[in-house]
Design a protein around this ligand. Structure first.
Ligand SMILES: Cc1cc2nc3c(=O)[nH]c(=O)nc-3n(C[C@H](O)[C@H](O)[C@H](O)COP(=O)(O)OP(=O)(O)OC[C@H]3O[C@@H](n4cnc5c(N)ncnc54)[C@H](O)[C@@H]3O)c2cc1C
Length: 458
């Protein structure tokens, strides 16, 4: 592909906002997970939708691949330029455009991070709830259809993006959705772009649903004698309709990693970390009902608090879970897995996975957003031991197959990227070919994040 011509034209247009410095190329060729370094040919930093449109026009004319980039925290090699090309980094398009408290929505540029958005919303009494732990960009979160600890109550990006603007491969700038809360007007194009991983176009603006900051919050923790009882308790709590705002599982190995990383003293046992949102009376009642249910499953007394500093400390612990686990094996790299099953199959899925990891070469603490039936094993491999990486990949492979066999999905929230491509056929059957047809209709020359999500051309 004649990429040099595209780079020359882009450089004339963007000046210093097109970079080919080795450090920046490497930074945009790295993934948080185990994929090898794959630097792009250049990185472009647009500041407006019109600039994105011109970048797309130049790249399309020269057949140069374009890969969107938010915060680069995705875990399956989503942003790696496997066919070369230009990474379009949205960090300079990071403005909150308009907050509309009366309608409880907000329009943002894609490079806004979820933490900075919530900072700007602070005075309004509203917040944006989707919380993948990492301080990801809203454009990246939409593109991976991210979710996280609060999705059991507030939904995922699918539920919270109500419209967007995107630049297509042919240079058209389209708007999807309206600010109405619902619509029956045709195909759901917003839903199509949410989770498209940049394969259909570059998202340059998003309108998001906001939620009221709850009047009161309570949070707490308890330990269980074994995984089975912890996960069965989750199922019962969800089935009884207790309004959980978060319900997170960590296994005994994760509890030990927390102890070493954060200086806490959790028992070496599976735990649930939970939160309730509501009025002062309702969060106290919910916490008590939850405590009664988990006691029937052999849990330690449920310790909860409505105090902000205790709640923050609990969730800081959980949000650092990945790094705590990574630190538990010196020099290790992580193969991060992500399966999601119907809640009735969750106990079996977690137990079989735990047993599989124990029979393998590599350590792999488990944690997850179990209220949604979603969990992760963080498989820790010595980068100098190829046999360990192979063992971890086989474990990850079996987890994906297990998820499908149990009626679930090979990825609950991280997305397809490179790592989950091998399971798309098994999960979607001919539906995967239809995804390829949609891709070809919008991007016939395969220039938008090629090598990802859809079946390879030909
Ligand atoms: C410690 C840790 C914990 C995590 N926990 C969770 C979790 O609980 N839940 C969860 O869902 N994820 C989690 N993740 C993964 C990650 O945070 C999410 O996938 C997140 O949505 C990625 O956002 P990003 O801004 O980093 O996107 P990037 O990694 O920059 O990009 C992701 C994909 O989106 C595309 N893209 C980015 N911006 C645009 C755009 N404007 N237009 C078109 N395409 C674009 C890219 O090409 C790429 O394919 C975690 C990651 C880490 C490191």
């Amino acid at each position: 592909m004649p990429i040099p011509q595209a780079l020359e034209a882009l450089s004339q247009f963007l000046g210093e906002r097109l970079t080919r410095s080795k450090s920046e190329l490497d930074q945009h060729g790295r993934s948080e997970s185990y994929f090898p370094l794959t630097p792009p040919d250049a990185v472009a930093y647009p500041e407006t939708t019109e600039e994105v449109r011109r970048i797309v026009g130049i790249c399309a004319q020269e057949n140069c691949p374009m890969i969107g980039w938010g915060a680069g925290t995705s875990l399956e090699g989503h942003g790696l330029a496997v066919h070369g090309g230009v990474v379009v980094d949205f960090t300079r398009m990071n403005k909150v455009l308009e907050i509309r408290p009366a309608d409880m929505d907000v329009s943002v540029q894609p490079g806004v991070t979820r933490e900075s958005l919530n900072e700007e919303l602070r005075a309004t009494g509203l917040f944006f709830p989707v919380d993948p732990g990492a301080n990801a960009s809203i454009g990246g979160m939409a593109s991976t259809r991210a979710s996280g600890t609060t999705s059991v109550r507030y939904g995922t990006m699918r539920d919270n993006v109500i419209g967007l603007q995107a630049v297509l491969a042919d240079g058209r700038v389209i708007r999807t959705g309206t600010r109405a809360r619902k619509s029956s007007a045709g195909y759901d194009l917003t839903g199509l772009f949410v989770g498209a991983e940049g394969t259909l176009g570059l998202v340059t603006e998003l309108t998001l649903r906001l939620h009221g900051v709850p009047e009161a919050t309570s949070a707490g923790i308890c330990a269980f004698p074994d995984i089975h009882r912890a996960v069965t308790a989750v199922m019962e709590v969800i089935q009884m309709g207790i309004p959980m705002a978060r319900i997170e599982f960590v296994d005994a190995a994760t509890a030990l990693a927390f102890n070493a990383y954060a200086g806490v003293s959790m028992a070496e046992a599976p735990h649930l970390l939970v939160e309730f949102h509501g009025s002062p009376e309702s969060v106290a009642q919910d916490a008590e009902r939850f405590g009664d249910i988990v006691a029937d499953h052999g849990a330690t007394p449920f310790q909860w608090s409505a105090r902000e500093e205790e709640r923050r400390a609990l969730w800081a612990l959980r949000h650092n879970g990945y790094y705590a686990i990574l630190a538990s094996r010196k020099g290790a790299r992580a193969v991060v897995t992500d399966m999601c099953v119907p809640i009735s199959r969750l106990a079996r899925a977690v137990e079989e996975t735990r047993a599989d990891i124990e029979a393998s070469l590599v350590p792999g603490p488990i944690l997850g957003h179990v209220g949604d039936g979603n969990f992760h094993a963080i498989l820790l491999v010595d980068p100098d031991q190829p046999a360990e990486l192979e063992a971890a990949k086989r474990l990850s492979h079996r987890m994906a197959e297990r998820a499908l066999a149990l009626g679930g999905t090979c990825t609950g929230e991280h997305g397809v990227g490179l790592g989950k491509l091998p399971f798309m056929r098994a999960e979607h059957g001919e539906g995967w070919d239809v995804m390829g047809e949609i891709k070809r209709a919008l991007d016939p020359r395969n220039l938008m994040n090629p090598g990802k999500l859809v079946p390879p051309p030909g």
